[in-house]
Structures are given as C-alpha cells and as structure tokens.
Design a protein around this ligand. Structure first.
Ligand code: PMP
Length: 441
C-alpha cells in the first residue's frame, strides 16, 4: 500500500526511474517517448547535462535564501533574461513555484492595482469557457470547467465566462476570421457592459488554450481586438502562458505572434522544463508603477519565491534553448508533426481536427467528421487512448470532459524541443497505431 496521496488513488502507477533525452524509463527498463513533455513541461527532454551542471553549481554555492533577506545573482539574471525578451512593457518578474501560483499572483496584483488607483469597485474577473488556469481557489474560479469548480463554488471569487476562440467548432460558415474575432470581441464587450465596466478588474485568457482543448490557437486578429476592448473599458488583460509560453509555440512568448502585449502575463511549465518547480508572473510597468506610487508593497508572497536553485535551472534551460536555436527547431518540427498527423489520419473517420502552433499540437476526436458530433462521453475515449499509448511506450496528454454541455475528446502532443525529424515520425507512427487500436478506422 502506498502512503502517497496520489491524484487518482485508484490508478496503478509505474515508477519513473531514469530519463534520457526524449525518453523516460520505468522499473522494468521499458522506455516511453515523452511526446507530451508530461503536461507540456519537459521542453529539453530528460537528463540535459548543461542544466544538471548549472543546478549542481548553484547547490554548491547556496541552495536557497529567503527572499525577504536576500536576492541571488541567478534570480536577477533570470529576471533580466525574461524582461529583455518579453513584449511591451512587461518588465517586472515575480517568481513563484508553478502555474497556479503565478495565476493567483496575477489575480491579486490586478485587484490590488485597482485598489491603489482608487477604483476599488473593480473586483470581477472575466475568463473563457474552454480554459484551465490552475487549481488554487482564485485560479479555479476563473477556469472554465464547471465540474472542477462545482464542489468549491461557495468559496470562489466572482468570475464570469465568455466563449473561447474555437474556430473548428464556432466559426460560422461564410464568416471570415476577422468577422469571427470581431463577434467574440463584441461578446466580451457586452459582458463588460452587463457587469458595469467600473466593476470589472481583468479579462483572463490562455494565449493558446492547452489543457481543456488541445492546443487551440486564436485566429489572427482575435487578441488584438480583445486588447482594444480591454483598453476601452480600463480592464486589465491577463494572458496565461503557463503552458503555451517559453518557446512551446516557437516564440518565447506566444502572444508575440499575435502582435500584442498583456498587462500581466503568467509562465511556468517550460520555464524550468521540469528540472525544478518554478513559475513567474510578469507585470507591466503600468501596473508595477501604480503599486510603487501607492502603498509601495505587493500584498502577496511565498516562502519559495525567487528560489535560487530553481532560478539556476530555469536560466540554464532558457540559455540552452537560445544557444542551440531550438525555437527554429520547434517551428520546423511542429510543421512536420501537424503535416504527418494530417496525412496519416486523412481518412480516419474519428479524427476531426489537427491544430496548434509550434510543438504545441492538438488532435480532436469526433463521432462524425461532417457533423463534428462528439464521441459518447461514457466511452471515455481519451482515457483509453492514454492507457493504450502507455502500453505502446508513448506519453501523450489526453483531455476529455463536458464544458457547457459539449463533450470533447482531445489529445495534446507537446514533444521536447530537441526532437529530430526521425523522432517526430516515430511519435506519429506510434500515436497512429494507438488511435487505430482504440478507434479502428
Ligand atoms: N494555467 C495553465 C494555462 C495551465 O495549463 C496550468 C496547468 N495545466 C496551470 C495554469 C496551472 O499550473 P500548475 O499545475 O503548475 O499549478
């Protein structure tokens, strides 16, 4: 019997005992291609010598020093690295230990910003239905999954939801991308008006949706139109790039591709690439300066913020990605992955959509391609696919669930940035074999 309180106590888990490049190995020395980087985390694969060396060097110097007593050079250098490359005036990096903490800090900073500038009626958050922002109470409140929220509803901050940008399902026949983006921006505008702009603090969205919809990227002008609506009503824009940021889409910051910058941005997974737990919230100068000019103190904090060893790991990860030009590989291998998936599934009746940006790729399964009717939820296809894939030595990230009455089965593929063309073809072949076992064509 295990004494670990596992997330799913009924699930029998193997032991990960070794990691090497794009593979993990279990207690029987069986190898698994980590085609999802866990949950889009392990962007450098496993056992990268340069990252391990940087961690050991930092451990020999100082593992941890509490942030109210000291800063460390690696934490300062990591903040410089990120601020110099972040879009707009996102210049102030607040380090935490993961994604939910980053989102939580973003929500509290948005709220405190309005208190500082004398607009303290602004306490409502607007987010999107197809979204995941984490499991702490604030992050859970804004997340789109009603099932996750249900038991905790009495505890949650005021949050409201509008439609995500989901062209495969929601762009109307005959509607251009611009018209679709405009329609969604109008929906946000109506929601702000309904709540009263003086009551709305922020709109929160994942730049590219990850965990709830399999690499769902917005149409071209969507985020620009959203940015305009937020500005019109003095509402802050928070972009959650916990999953899609740090090069996953082929750009260090995913929103750079959309040509906009948010007021607050969150990152985590790929930042430390799994070598250490680390996340960050990056605040714009506009927001940061309002805190400085007001109380001068952000009323938030954690014991492990700015952790020295975590900072050293993340700095090394980011330096390796830049030194080895890995984002070029992300773009090229991402194109290859989508194109090979589309080819192999061209005639598969249950593969409705292959989408994404860079090495952030989603596959949506349907009952019927023409009507896009979803698979029967009771079949739990996504869970069966995951189990079969593990038997076949492939890790991929499955998602299923009912959001606003619409069921969906998706798989997220997020292979490490170091993948070769042959690795990608092997992933596609193993994945296709898995799909054909569970959903014979
Ligand atoms: N935001 C997004 C977009 C995420 O994908 C996740 C994790 N899947 C989180 C926040 C929460 O991050 P964590 O699990 O590290 O708390």
């Amino acid at each position: 019997m295990t004494h670990v309180f596992h997330r799913n106590p009924k699930q029998q888990l193997d032991f990960a005992v070794r990691g090497e490049g794009i593979r993990l190995y279990d207690q029987n020395n069986k190898g698994y291609i980590d085609a999802s980087g866990g949950a889009a985390v392990s962007c450098l694969g496993h056992g990268h010598p340069d990252v391990i060396r940087a961690i050991k060097t930092q451990l020999d110097a100082v593992a941890y020093a509490h942030s109210s007593f000291f800063t460390t050079q690696v934490t300062e250098d990591l903040a410089d690295f990120l601020a110099q490359r972040a879009p707009g005036d996102l210049d102030h990096v607040y380090f935490v230990s993961g994604g939910s903490e980053a989102v939580e800090a973003a929500l509290k900073l948005a709220r405190q910003y309005f208190v500082e500038i004398g607009q303290d009626t602004r306490r409502h958050f607007i987010a999107r239905r197809q979204s995941y922002h984490g499991n702490t109470l604030g992050a859970l409140a804004i997340g789109g999954n009603a099932w996750r929220r249900a038991p905790f509803l009495p505890l949650l901050v005021p949050a409201h939801h509008v439609a995500p940008c989901y062209p495969y399902r929601d762009q109307l026949a005959g509607e251009t991308e611009e018209q679709y983006a405009e329609r969604l921006a109008q929906e946000l505008e109506s929601k702000i008006q309904e709540l009263g702009p003086e009551n709305v603090a922020a709109f929160v969205a994942e730049t590219v949706v990850g965990a709830t919809a399999g690499a769902l990227a917005p149409v071209k002008t969507y985020l620009q139109r959203i940015r305009q609506v937020c500005d019109r009503y003095g509402v802050l824009l928070i972009l959650d790039e916990v999953m899609s940021g740090m090069g996953r889409t082929g750009h260090l910051f995913a929103c750079a591709e959309d040509g906009i910058a948010p007021d607050i941005l969150t990152i985590a997974k790929g930042l430390g690439a799994g070598y250490q737990p680390i996340g960050a919230m990056i605040a714009s100068s506009k927001v940061y300066n309002a805190i400085l000019a007001g109380s001068g103190f952000f009323q938030h904090g954690h014991t492990y913020m700015g952790h020295a060893t975590a900072s050293a790991a993340a700095l090394a990860v980011q330096q390796v990605i830049e030194r080895d030009h890995l984002l070029d590989n992300v773009l090229a291998r991402g194109e290859q992955l989508r194109s090979e998936l589309r080819d192999v599934f061209a005639n598969h009746p249950n593969v409705g959509d292959v989408r994404g940006r860079g090495l952030f790729v989603g596959v949506e399964f349907v009952q019927d391609k023409a009507s896009k009717a979803t698979l029967d939820p009771s079949l739990k296809t996504h869970a069966k696919l995951k189990k079969q894939a593990m038997q076949n030595g492939l890790m991929m990230y499955p998602m299923g669930g009912t959001i606003d009455g619409v069921h969906g089965d998706h798989v997220l593929l997020a292979p490490p940035f170091i993948c070769t063309p042959d690795d990608i073809s092997e992933i596609v072949n193993t994945f296709a074999a898995t799909v054909n076992q569970i959903l014979p064509a």
